[in-house]
Design a protein around this ligand. Structure first.
Ligand code: ATP
Ligand code: MG
Length: 393
């Protein structure tokens, strides 16, 4: 008998030539999360992972954060032998009973027709054996435990309930992106969603010290740490932004300050994209939440970007964003009190429907190229190692 973890990745991304890319990336992301002695392979359209038995439950939980997997199940593999299968089923039934299960059903599937018992025969035979040995009741409608038995050519796999995976595509299969990460609720969720679609994601945070304190920087580092459980290693660029903020305050009309600030952020972020060889920018913008998120404002800001500007939150309501933030573990970090550099410098009467030409005119007194170059020159790179034994668990 062998302890396994089986990961299901469904059909997404498996079309034609992409299949190999998808599978190699999935294996890489799984492998880096396994404890010592763990080994992952792909077999029959499934991910099969072997880990030391005592590490299996923790490893299965870890794999629920690998993009590309839709389900993760702890399983045992036994030889194609009725007695061995029965013993393994009884063992799983006992474990479930010890954890409080009271009813079960067997869900057998004979994919390999060389096995002597049909699926209905297996259901009957194993059902009777497990009921007799454990006292669990058979309930085919609403059982506490569905004990799946899958007969394949190489082995019979038995497993209990599946844990949900995050779905999506393995990180890296869609290329690279740079996330504009503030200390707020939205941008971490945007980074999660971008990575979910296969983007290897680095982050950039604009730090206007001392208007925003170092506690805010710590917060952003903690957000990266939380995200790295899903994203893998995260490179965070901390960009000194005070000179830009002060120049805007001193030289540009106040009503346009936020818009110009955002334009400067995008320009610097594109410089970070070049360093990261990234092909897209990601922001936590939504639509209609605040003054800076009208279509006119998005247009007046977005026009400075040459790379695609992705806004994954556009389809989500605030409640949905918060629910997702809670689920991925960023919400509790985001709601810590902090100063937002943009609220420190926020105009009293911002333009909500700016004309692009007016924004350009308002920005004209600014030495854009020098400020961008200076900000990039001062950028500090912090590497968050991400999940895996090398990172200390
Ligand atoms: P968040 O909750 O992510 O702060 P928000 O809804 O508060 O977003 P804004 O504050 O208007 O919206 O910011 C819009 C987007 O601009 C953010 O989601 C983020 O991508 C980017 N951004 C804002 N401030 C910063 C910053 N200091 N550093 C990096 N990115 C920033
Ligand atoms: Mg914000």
């Amino acid at each position: 008998m062998e302890q396994l973890i089986v990961g299901r990745y469904g059909e997404i991304g498996l079309k034609g030539a992409n299949r190999g890319v998808f599978e190699r990336a999935l294996l890489r992301e799984v492998q880096r999360r396994l404890p010592a002695g763990g080994r992952a392979e792909l077999r029959g359209g499934q991910l099969v992972v072997r880990v030391p038995p005592e590490a299996a439950t923790a490893a299965a939980e870890e794999l629920t954060r690998v993009f590309g997997l839709v389900a993760v199940v702890e399983a045992v593999a036994v030889p194609l032998d009725v007695e061995a299968v029965t013993a393994a089923a009884v063992d799983l039934g006992r474990r479930a009973a010890a954890q409080g299960a009271r009813s079960f059903k067997i869900a057998a599937r004979r994919a390999f027709k060389g096995f002597p018992l049909t699926s209905p025969q297996l259901n009957a035979r194993l059902g009777a054996a497990v009921a007799a040995a454990t006292g669990l009741a058979v309930d085919v409608h609403q059982p506490d435990l569905v004990l799946s038995v899958e007969v394949r050519a190489e082995a019979v796999y038995l497993h209990g309930p599946a844990l949900a995976g995050p779905g999506g595509l393995p990180v890296g299969t869609s290329g690279r992106a740079v996330l504009l990460l503030s200390g707020g609720i939205d941008s971490p969720v945007a980074g999660y969603l971008a990575a979910k679609r296969g983007l290897r994601t680095a982050a950039v945070y604009f730090h206007a010290f001392p208007f925003t304190g170092d506690r805010t920087k710590e917060k952003v580092i903690d957000l990266c740490r939380a995200l790295s459980r899903y994203l893998g290693p995260v490179r965070l660029w901390v960009v000194p932004f005070t000179p830009v903020q002060l120049a805007i305050r001193d030289r540009c009309p106040e009503a346009y300050a936020t818009l110009i600030t955002r334009r400067m952020m995008l320009r610097v972020a594109e410089g970070i994209c070049r360093r990261e060889r990234a092909g897209a920018l990601v922001t936590g913008d939504s639509l209609g939440q605040v003054a800076s998120q009208t279509l006119e404002a998005l247009a007046a800001v977005g026009e400075v970007a040459e790379l695609p500007l992705l806004r994954p939150l556009v389809g989500l309501d605030k409640e949905e964003i918060i629910a997702l933030a809670r689920r991925i573990g960023t919400y509790e970090i985001s709601i810590r009190p902090y100063e937002d550099c943009c609220s420190v410098f926020a105009p009293r009467h911002p333009r909500t429907r700016p004309a692009r030409a007016d924004v350009r005119a308002a920005e004209a007194p600014l030495p854009v190229a020098e400020l961008v170059a200076e900000a990039l020159a001062g950028a500090e790179r912090i590497v968050i190692p991400g999940p895996g034994p090398a990172a200390g668990g």
